[in-house]
Design a protein around this ligand. Structure first.
Ligand code: IFM
Length: 447
């Protein structure tokens, strides 16, 4: 029996990203990306892992599409590797790289799966990084040109696009605390990077419209459910700074055309340089907002909590616990995040573009994993999605992170987020229990 039925056109899906699954890092004309460079340097990644081979999706793509078909998803979200199609990030294109994505799209359409393409999931071409990366305003026009190339190759058959995935991670981790590529530890650059990422987003949306494409285009942000540790004014303000940096800096810019005052006043001289007309470009209307949701976070004031003077603590309830990443499981937080977005910015179409968990995932002799914890996690979060729809929130779809175990950035191959287990020696794929559970949810359009 189905208790929680979803709307008939609800987009059940799974997500991946290029660097995390493709491998073939230097094959068939692909250029070096910042993640190739960063992961090839010692001690950046747990066990010195890298994405050179990853899940070898570049070579196993048809089998992976067959898995998607078996799972029954309505849509598949993946990203294009910029340096695979434009090895230097601009200039001469790599036809073989483009052909790979054309073939992937054809395979998906042949089994009735709607492609949802993310243009940028963190893997900037290294040649652009050598010119300053996202600190350099020229990267904005290079990104727009790259997007145009992809649109001209695929937009006749793909009608769902995200410009960026989680720009916060690029700005504040890649350029702020250096634990992700390009590995720069300088928060004074983070705000200019944020501005350029958003500008690249806005100008790409404008190009998409100008060229007469009729699909949906948006952006994917990661949003935690954060809340103040107490009603003490210092905690409330610390939380507000944290929230504005985590989410508000992006959403206020996208929907209100301004950066949040409290945060801007706090960071003072680190404020980005904004040229006349920039905020109008950033505010170009989008068709949907993608939200990646994973965890709950309590925020308090702390004198030594970095320049934001915030201390964070992963928040969960005793019966929910923590994932293998140490993240606090907080399903109700998802509902709160969606409600908050609606209250602040109105009735924007929303998509959960990622949600999932890393679990212990020990396989039996045949490699089969009984990942009941993942099923519990997904069920509780789907339930929040269902409640959101009941309360009038315009939630269009839910993409589980991830189709298969993959390269989890600085943590290498240790965390396993997949519905499908990947044996990194043989590169074999074995669907886990959660795969079959999700298959059932999709086939019944509810649970
Ligand atoms: O693996 C990442 C993904 O690349 C972006 N969102 C969060 C996932 C889990 O950490």
């Amino acid at each position: 029996m189905v208790n929680k039925q979803f709307p008939p056109d609800f987009l059940w899906g799974v997500s991946t990203s290029a660097y995390q699954i493709e491998g073939a890092w230097n094959e068939e004309g692909k250029g070096e990306s910042i993640w190739d460079r960063y992961s090839h340097q010692p001690n950046h990644i747990l066990n010195n892992g890298n994405g050179d081979i990853a899940c070898d999706h570049y070579h196993s793509m048809p089998q992976d599409v067959a898995l998607l078909k078996e799972l029954g998803v309505k849509s598949y979200r993946f990203s294009v590797s910029w340096s695979r199609v434009l090895p230097l990030g601009f200039g001469e294109k790599n036809q073989k790289g483009l052909d790979f994505y054309k073939k992937l799209v054809d395979e998906l359409l042949s089994v009735n799966i709607k492609p949802f393409i993310t243009l940028y999931h963190w893997d900037l071409p290294q040649a652009l990084q050598d010119r300053g990366g996202w600190v350099n305003r020229d990267t904005v026009s290079h990104f727009t040109d790259y997007a145009n190339l992809i649109f001209s190759s695929l937009a006749d058959r793909v009608d769902m696009w995200a410009t960026h995935n989680e720009p916060r991670v690029v700005s504040f981790i890649g350029y702020g605390n250096a634990t992700m590529a390009p590995g720069i530890a300088d928060f004074s650059k983070s705000y200019q990077v944020t501005h350029h990422l958003l500008l690249a987003h806005g100008s790409t949306v404008q190009e998409y419209r100008k060229n007469g494409y009729h699909g949906d285009i948006g952006i994917v942000l990661d949003s935690e459910h954060s809340f103040p540790a107490s009603f003490h004014p210092e905690d409330l303000l610390a939380w507000q700074r944290y929230y504005e940096q985590d989410t508000g800096i992006f959403t206020d810019a996208l929907f209100l055309g301004k950066y949040p005052d409290l945060l801007m006043n706090w960071i003072g001289p680190m404020q980005p340089e904004i040229k006349p007309g920039d905020m109008e470009i950033i505010r170009e209307p989008i068709d949907f907002l993608g939200i990646n949701y994973y965890r709950g976070m309590e925020v308090s004031f702390h004198q030594t909590g970095g320049y934001l003077k915030c201390k964070t603590r992963h928040e969960t309830l005793p019966m929910w616990g923590y994932t293998e990443m140490g993240w606090g499981i907080h399903p109700k937080g998802l509902l709160m995040v969606l409600k908050n977005l609606k209250e602040r910015y109105g009735d924007i179409p929303l998509v959960i573009s990622e949600s999932g968990c890393a679990t212990r995932d020990i396989g039996d002799e045949a490699g089969y994993v009984d990942d009941q914890e993942r099923i519990d996690y997904l069920r509780m979060h789907f339930e929040s999605g269902w409640h959101a729809i009941q309360s009038g929130i315009n939630l269009k779809g839910y993409y589980v992170w991830s189709l298969m175990d993959n390269f989890e950035w600085s943590q290498g191959y240790s965390p396993r987020f997949g519905l499908v287990r990947v044996n990194y020696d043989s590169l074999g794929r074995i669907p886990k229990k959660s795969f079959y559970w999700y298959q059932n949810v999709i086939s019944k359009n509810g649970f």
